[in-house]
Design a binder for this molecule. Structure first.
Ligand code: NAD
Length: 424
């Protein structure tokens, strides 16, 4: 079994980053020291060895994780990531961010995250299904519609969620659609879930543009780092709203055309190759170059830590909207703030995914499904309201949007913990 080097929570840079952010905010808002101690560590962290019979007959063991950070507001909620760099530390960091995110946008849900250290592109469909089913079976006692509700994240998709839901339902002896969100529509998914995160990112960018006295138009240029669920759906929404996408990338590199890239052409090339090697309508750029391109808005929508102290100064965008979780280090955040870049933090910018996941869970519990217009209207209402509240705090207290968002989320968790008290 391959265990990545950072396999304890506190060794992990991502975890140090979020803990440091939390401690800074705790100090600023004078958080109760008992609450600080409790929130620094997750409620529960599980490491699982997942044996999978590979197509060649060998049995390979994969490392899987589920970290449940805090459930004071409701059942744990958070995605499952399949990626070769997944560690218990990164998973714990992302679980903490989910706690703040759900609280920030006012959802009755807690924070969790899961993952498997694997490159899903190296597995056959059969192997991927076995991995998912065994992972789910190992989690069966700690997940469920009232306990912990997983969702897709990097490297997982609707199909993986359908296998998860089926495995859990087989174990329980009846259909339990509410155990997971991001499922296909036919098994209890929600209209609008697959596009929710990318669309939500763009809704927050439009709010930011309005606050800066403009709106979205043909002259508003966007560079997207990552073209998966979040990046591609953001690109589609930008085009629909009249903006111009000038650059996109995958892990293999990107393309750039200052006059704009056509969404359908991008998708056609990406569908065939999984990257933009066949795309002829732009110049080839590296991922590093893409981050530094001249544009109005940069949307990092891939992995964490890509904007750091060595490249932050080269960012030319006026607005950075964090589609990915934790795409910039604390040092980079400081550099961008000093440069006057308006950063929309991950827990706000990419909250559209968990907002529509919440809608999906509600629909599954009620067995009553909504039209797409209803989903998008409610998504826009919740995310733009959260943006306005965070912006108000940032303006009033002369702090960054990130600090303001963290203050709002963390304060709500603390208030709920103090109201509920300590058991026994
Ligand atoms: P995905 O697997 O669908 O797509 C990931 C994209 O990133 C792909 O285009 C891939 O080629 C690219 N990529 C991977 N490694 C890269 C690298 N080192 N450099 C450049 N590009 C790289 O994943 P996704 O669901 O779009 O998630 C992307 C990010 O958004 C993650 O940080 C995830 O946690 C976050 N997020 C996703 C959702 C959701 O609903 N899917 C919700 C909230 C946050």
């Amino acid at each position: 079994m391959e265990m990545k080097s950072c396999h304890t929570i506190w060794e992990c840079p991502a975890c140090r980053n979020v803990t440091k952010q939390f401690m800074e905010v705790a100090k600023r808002i004078d958080l109760d020291p008992n609450i600080v101690n409790r929130l620094q560590v997750p409620d529960r962290s599980v490491i699982i060895s997942i044996p999978v019979r590979m197509d060649n007959g060998d049995v390979k063991i994969f490392a899987g994780y589920r970290v449940q950070h805090n459930d004071v507001l409701g059942p744990f909620k958070g995605g499952i990531r399949y990626h070769p760099e997944v560690t218990i530390g990164e998973t714990a960091a992302l679980a903490m961010l989910m706690t703040w995110k759900c609280a920030l946008v006012g959802l009755p849900l807690g924070g969790a995250k899961g993952g498997v250290t694997v490159d899903p592109h190296e597995l056959s469909r059969h192997e991927l299904q076995h991995l998912t089913r065994r992972f789910t079976a190992e989690l069966v006692n700690i997940i469920g519609p009232e306990k912990d509700i997983p969702a897709p994240d990097m490297g997982t998709n609707e199909q993986v969620m359908a296998w998860l839901m089926d495995t859990y339902s087989q174990q329980k002896g009846h259909v339990v659609p509410g155990v997971v969100t991001g499922k296909p529509l036919v098994v209890g998914g929600s209209q609008g879930r697959s596009e929710a995160t990318g669309r939500g990112v763009v809704y927050t960018v439009v709010k930011a543009l309005e606050k800066r006295g403009s709106g979205i138009g043909k002259e508003t240029t966007f560079a997207l780092h990552g073209f998966g669920n979040v990046g591609a759906n953001a690109a589609k929404t930008i085009e629909e709203m009249g903006g111009t996408v000038v650059a996109v990338s995958t892990s293999k590199g990107g393309i750039y055309n200052p006059s704009g890239l056509n969404y359908d052409d991008l998708v056609a090339c990406h569908r065939e190759h999984g990257n933009f090697s066949c795309f002829r309508g732009g110049d080839v750029v590296t991922n590093e170059e893409l981050l530094a391109l001249p544009c109005d808005v940069l949307i990092p929508a891939a992995v964490s830590g890509v904007i750091h102290e060595k490249n932050a100064d080269r960012v030319q965008a006026k607005i950075v909207a964090e589609g990915a979780n934790g795409p910039m280090t604390i040092e980079a955040d400081r550099i961008l703030n000093d440069k006057g870049v308006f950063v929309i933090p991950d827990i706000l910018a990419n909250s559209g995914g968990v907002i529509v996941s919440y809608f999906e869970w509600v629909q599954d519990l009620q067995n009553f499904f909504w039209e797409i217009d209803e989903v998008l209207m409610q998504l826009k209402r919740i995310i733009t309201h959260a943006f306005d509240e965070v912006y108000g705090i940032a303006e009033r207290e002369k702090i960054s949007m990130r600090t303001a968002a963290l203050i709002k989320g963390i304060r709500k968790i603390s208030d709920a913990m103090l109201a509920r008290g300590l058991y026994p």
